[in-house]
Design a protein around this ligand. Structure first.
Ligand code: UDP
Length: 424
């Protein structure tokens, strides 16, 4: 294996090799070779909270370990900016929203200000990967850009609210390529459109093995009853995650399983202004049931979430819209059957009756909870299948392979052909 030109000693490549096999690691080095020393800059709008931050935290050091000069920049704005981008998020996932012109103006202004702050690093970059709509207009401030710019969409844009999509499309169509998580989200564009599923890092604090002692300690600290069977949903408090629907499903299932407890674990992303209102709705729905634990966790509570996922009997992700759902991947990786909303990226991961169940209603979720609590052997079999499914398809190594292939494709200047293997 070759030595990195950009040193990143904390990435334990041998550990990844143990999990994914040496061929995958070799392939990564092969893909990275023509890109060594190149600058790749990722840009998003939050350093913590939510799936994008989760991915970049590990993707960037891993890319550097391959000898590529990867970095991660975060844009920042004022309150109205986040109100506006939250409306975009809701609109792209299908809600009809009205966004005041003044907010759109702030959106564009904040991007222009951030463009100035980032100008030296973005001017210098060979590849810029812009995540989600928040920083999408940055590209307009770089008319003479040197590098390739890729827009990466992490949200469910299968049925976007047209007015908002048309507004954002003006910016997005300026990119050299765009990336969506699954075919159902791909939108017609005047440039190459790629499908790349997200991933989890099996060695992160969120996903690494934990000792029984640590898990028990975390449970004690949170006041959870180890004798009760547990269903869990981990999510930002966002209506698309349907936490209130999860409470309804729990209530229905509890009629048949009085020893059931529900854990709703969440926190806020710094770019999400609606979390507090949704959290209030959850508390109202929970109505002080002592077996419902609503946990507001800090953004760095990775080991706590890991422990909760490992001890849950069943993990739910009852979203009504979902770009991908890393929480689903995390749970499958820990050998848990997942009951997921029949939507977006959850469908890529929850293979109905194999790695879990897809549901459309709280009643459907309750029915499946009941089934899995009564059929432990089936639950375990689903868990085993889920873990292997993630190992092959949804780990960081595969994700990076896809990105590097796309970058090589763009660098080749010929969108129909890319040379991945060179004969020495
Ligand atoms: N997450 C977290 N703390 C929370 C809620 C979520 O660390 O309180 C993590 C979760 O484990 C997952 C990511 O944030 O890694 C959420 O990604 P997902 O794709 O499920 O949803 P998104 O928030 O991006 O819509």
């Amino acid at each position: 294996m070759e030595e990195s030109v950009v040193s990143q000693p904390d990435v334990a490549l041998a550990e990844y090799e143990r999990i994914v096999g040496s061929e995958v690691i070799e392939q990564l080095f092969q893909l990275a070779k023509p890109l060594r020393g190149k600058r790749i800059v990722h840009v998003n709008s939050t350093r913590t909270g939510g799936g994008v931050a989760e991915i970049l935290t590990k993707m960037v050091p891993f890319t550097r370990a391959l000898g590529i000069d990867a970095s991660w920049e975060v844009i920042a704005g004022r309150n109205e900016f986040y109100q506006c981008t939250k409306s975009f998020h809701n609109a792209l996932q299908g809600n009809h929203v009205t966004i005041p012109t003044a907010q759109l103006k702030v959106f564009e202004e904040v991007n222009a200000i951030n463009a100035e702050l980032l100008r030296p690093v973005l001017n210098d970059a060979d590849v810029v990967i812009i995540h989600d709509p928040q920083p999408a207009p940055l590209i307009t401030q770089f008319p003479n850009r040197r590098g390739r710019w890729i827009w990466r969409c992490h949200i469910d844009v299968s049925k976007p609210y047209r007015h908002v999509w048309q507004y954002l499309r003006v910016f997005i169509s300026k990119y050299d390529a765009s990336v969506f998580s699954l075919a159902a989200f791909a939108q017609p564009m005047p440039h190459p459109v790629c499908l790349i599923a997200p991933s989890i890092d099996p060695l992160s604090a969120k996903n690494a093995e934990l000792s029984a002692e640590e898990i028990n300690g975390i449970h004690r600290q949170l006041g959870l009853d180890p004798a009760r069977r547990t269903i869990l949903q981990v999510s930002r408090f966002d209506r698309f995650k349907d936490p209130v629907g999860v409470v309804e499903a729990y209530r229905l299932a509890k009629r048949f399983a009085p020893d059931l407890q529900l854990i709703l674990a969440g926190g806020g992303a710094t770019d999400d202004p609606e979390g507090a209102a949704v959290l209030n709705e959850v508390h109202t729905a929970a109505a002080e049931d002592p077996d419902i634990h609503v946990l507001e966790l800090p953004a760095d509570a990775h080991r706590t979430i890991n422990a909760l996922q490992r001890t849950a009997d069943i993990v739910l992700q009852k979203s009504t819209r979902e770009g991908f759902g890393l929480t689903v991947t995390e749970a499958l990786w820990k050998g848990k059957p997942v009951i997921g909303g029949n939507t977006g990226g959850i469908r890529l991961q929850v293979i109905d009756h194999h790695t879990g169940f897809l549901v459309n209603t709280p009643e459907g979720a309750a029915h499946r909870i009941r089934y899995l609590l009564h059929h432990r052997d089936k639950a375990e079999e689903m868990g085993r299948k889920g873990r292997e499914f993630v190992r092959v398809n949804f780990l960081l190594t595969r994700h990076l392979c896809d990105y590097l292939s796309l970058i090589l494709l763009l660098e080749s200047g010929d969108s129909n052909r890319v040379e991945l293997r060179r004969i020495a």
